[in-house]
Every structure is written in structure tokens, then in C-alpha cells.
Design a protein around this ligand. Sequence first.
Ligand code: NG1
Ligand code: ZN
Length: 559
Amino acid sequence: TIPPEQIIETMQQHPLLDESTEYGYGTAGFRFKVEHMDGIMLRVGIASAILQYELFQNTKTNTNTNQQPQQDMGVMITASHNDESYNGVKLSNPDGSMIPPHLEETLVAIVNQRDLDLFQNTHLKGFDFRSTAKFHVGYDTRSHSERLTSLFIKGAQAMGVTVINHGVLTTPMLHHIVLHSNAKAYLPASIPPCPSRAGYCQAMGSAYLELCNVVAPCAITGDRSTPLLVDCACGVGYKAVQEVLSEITIRGNLTTCKPFLVPCNEPGEGPLNTNCGSEHVQKQLKPPTWYSKTGQDAAKSYCCSVDGDADRIVFFAASSSNELGSLLDGDKIAVLIGKFFQAELSKAYGGNPKLPKVSMGVVQTAYANGASTQYLEKNLKVPVVITKTGVKHLHHAALEFDIGIYFEANGHGTVVFSQAYHEFASQAKSICPALEILPRLINPAVGDAVSDLLLVDALLQHFEWTVQDWATKLYTDLPSRQLKVQVKDRSVVQCNDNETKCLQPTTLQPALDQLMSDIPGSRTFCRASGTENVVRVYAEAPTREQADKMATIAAGLVH
Ligand code: NG1
Ligand code: ZN
């Protein structure tokens, strides 16, 4: 611990760049052009001790929670799908989820305190500097991430926080490590704690092999005709996929087989997230540009793209070297997982009707393709909840179900399981071993591209489906188009609670309503991004031309 005067001196060396704006905790943390991040990172480090202190204080008065003092928390330094000119920071709760709104408020108040008399801040009054806080830290491959991490560490250590620096990680690895560091409080005994990068890779590799063993033995018994090409967006995903693949190869005695996963597009091969990665594929509806160089037979393509911190994934098949044949987005992943769970549950209840009942639901946002929502509700008869954009909102809503499947259309999502589910799965194990294996392959803390790609691969092998089968056998997406509108101040656009209607400017929604009534079966909405200074426009309609035209008109209304 260093004396307060020295902390203030360090803060003076790293001031907040913009004196007049309040830096907000957006959809997924503080995320700005990198020149703004130095001052923010140091202050987040200082605030980290107080966050843990507040969490502990709150739990003393809240008997409904099983949180105990001194649980580890986490910090990830990344700007996810944004380009290299951005960086950011996201914090993790002890259970690996995103921090709750009251901690975001504390953090924003401390980070934005402009006068340096920090210790008069209400959050710091009475703060005990013998901090027992412990933070796990990870960062992405951006050139500035390591430097920003050291500023976080400087601030945190000044407050007496113990920092465990795990180096370069995927975002979901960091959250998994935090969750597993507090295993006793949050994980059932059937999930062995593995709070490290190596432990994560071992857990993923062994759960994938176990799952294939019971639902798709063909996946791991010989050469695959078509391996899965993984577009790693020139980021952290590359090494993670390599390590998990090597774990699977060794554990599964697959050294003589052709690898079923081929990581492509490694760091250094091009600028991060530029013309590649899940955001490019999902929003531009185009294959990553490197795909044309692979010389792949487009008819057989089996590919996926992750984003810069590997918490999102979309799958695709190309129709030619530079055209997308099919896009399998977060909605398609959620439906695939839901369909599998439903089949396993009915097998379990068929074998033993006395098994306790568990609920299952899917959480989406307004960006979910209307055809997916309809398929879930009408065909699978699974309840669907629509929340605001941002996984923190989806995650929260998913906790209401025993099996809570949540995915944003952009491929960011996972499945959360209740305690009741774990008890059910252990009883159902002899009939349906997959039900007990899945919570070890799925990362319950946060969306995880590596975990998702293993899960999807096992399920496609199980159904004996190609990507094209997956694209056509469930439902057909309504053509949709997303556009970004550059604006001076994105906050002029304000929405209702689940972002389906614009409240400000008041003239906007009536104009959007008129557009929708002109095209039956269409839908459009606009909202301010929480990660970039843009307004996002979404449109879906019965034909591609209508969707594109509608998006262009709606974008014109925003200007
Ligand atoms: P914003 O920029 O607030 O739309 C984007 C994504 C979110 C979420 C965050 C965090 C879309 C439309 N929005 O948020 O879903 O993933 O980034 O990465 O894809
Ligand atoms: Zn991401």
C-alpha cells in the first residue's frame, strides 16, 4: 500500500484526457479510442479495491446471496470486436458474470472524479487499506493492452489489492478462471475447479471428448472429410484454439488423424478484426477476406469466425471465394442448442418419468431474427424473453430458467444452469450422460467462442448435419440489414426498455412505424451503440431488397 499523496501524484501523471465528458461504462465496460484509456485504467485499478469492498459490505446485509467475503474478481483489458485504435476494460464478478449496476455506478463515480482529492469521495471514506481484494487480470493482443494492464496493476496495488496477471487470455478464459477461483461458492461438486489457462484447456478438451463419445462417436474416430476452419480475427482466439485442439488430440489419441479444427488468421497476419472476424461476417454478410486465399471448395465450406477477444462466434458457409452462402449466427446457435437439450430432456423423462422437472428458456435481443423467435416459440415451444442489448442483461434474464440459453444475434452467448439442473442431471446421468457433461463444456460465466465451437461441432456431428443442413433444416432467416450511422452525439437517440421503440427524438418512431406499415411482416428499430459513437439501424423484411431499402431509409431518418 502506498500513501494517498503518492496515488494522487500518479493520477496527475495520467490525467483523464477529456476534461468535460463523463466516461461511461457502456454495453461492455469502458471502451474508447486508446488515447483515452491510460487515465481510465489507472483509476479502474484504484477503484478495484473499493468494488470488492462494496460487494462484501452489501453481502453482509443481504442474506439472500451466497457470496462470501474475499472472493476473487477479474479484469479483462480488451476492446473486443473494435479495431486496433480502441481499447477497453471489463470487470468480472466473483461468479464470472458482469458486475451489477450498483458497482458500475461506483466505478463510474470514482473514474470520473475530476478533483484529485479522491479520498473525500464518499466511496472511499472509511475505506480500510488493509485490502484483502484479489483480482485476476488478462488482456488481448492489441499492441497497447500490456501497457494499459500495467496501469491497472499500478492503481490496484497502490490500494493493497493482490493482482494475478495471467497475461494474454481470451475474455471467456478470464471469466472462467475467476469463477473457478471461487468454485466452492458457485460450482457443483461434479465440476472440478480449474482456475488457470491450462486448466481451462484441459476442461474444454476433456468435456468435448466425453460429449462426442456419448452423442457423436464418429466425430473422434478417424479423419473428417471437412475440417472446421476457424477465423481467429488476428487475435487471442488463435492460440486458444491451438491449445484446446492439442489437448483434444493428445487426450483422445487422435495424433494420427487429420486435425478437425484448423485455426486461421493469427495475430500479425493482418490488423485485428479488420475485414475478418465475427463482426465483419455478421454485419457485412461477407466471408473474411483471407478465406479467398485458402483455395477451399466453397460447396464444402465449414467455417466460423470469432472476434478479437474470442467471446463471440458465428459460423458460415461460403458460396464462392468471396460470397457468403449461409450465415449461422447467435440465433441459429441458440436454436441448435435448444433443440438438442429438448431431445435429451425428453429422452431422460421417457426413461424415468419421476425425474424432477426443469425449465428451459431462450433469451434474445431485438436484433434476433424474427424467424428464430417464431421457430423457438411455435416449433420448439420454448419460452423466449427479449432484453436490452448487452450480455449482462441477457445473462440476468437467463438465470430465471433452470436451463437458460442466451445469445445475441452477433454470436455472443452461452447457457446458464441452476442448482436444480445440476441435481437433475446427476440423477438423469445413467439415461442421458450428455446432460451431465454439457455444463463442463459450456462456459456458464460468459459467451465463449472456443467452448461454443466445440459444442456446435459435437452437435452437428450428432445430427449428422453440414453447415448447409443447419442453415436450411430449422428455419429460414428473414433477410435483414444492419447499418451504422455516424452522428455527433449518439445520446440524442433514446429507446424504451427493450430497445424496440425510439422515445427520442420524438419524430423518429412515428416515421419508423410508417415504414413498417408500408411493408407487412417487416421490422425496423434504431438505438445508440454502447461501444462506438454511432447509432445502429436494424431492418428485416420479407425480401433482401426490402430489408436493404428499409435500413437505408431508416438510417436517413436518424441523420
Ligand atoms: P453496441 O455497440 O452497444 O450495439 C455491441 C453489440 C452488442 C454487444 C456489445 C459488446 C450488436 C448490435 N451490438 O454493442 O450485442 O455484444 O457490442 O461487445 O451487435
Ligand atoms: Zn468480444
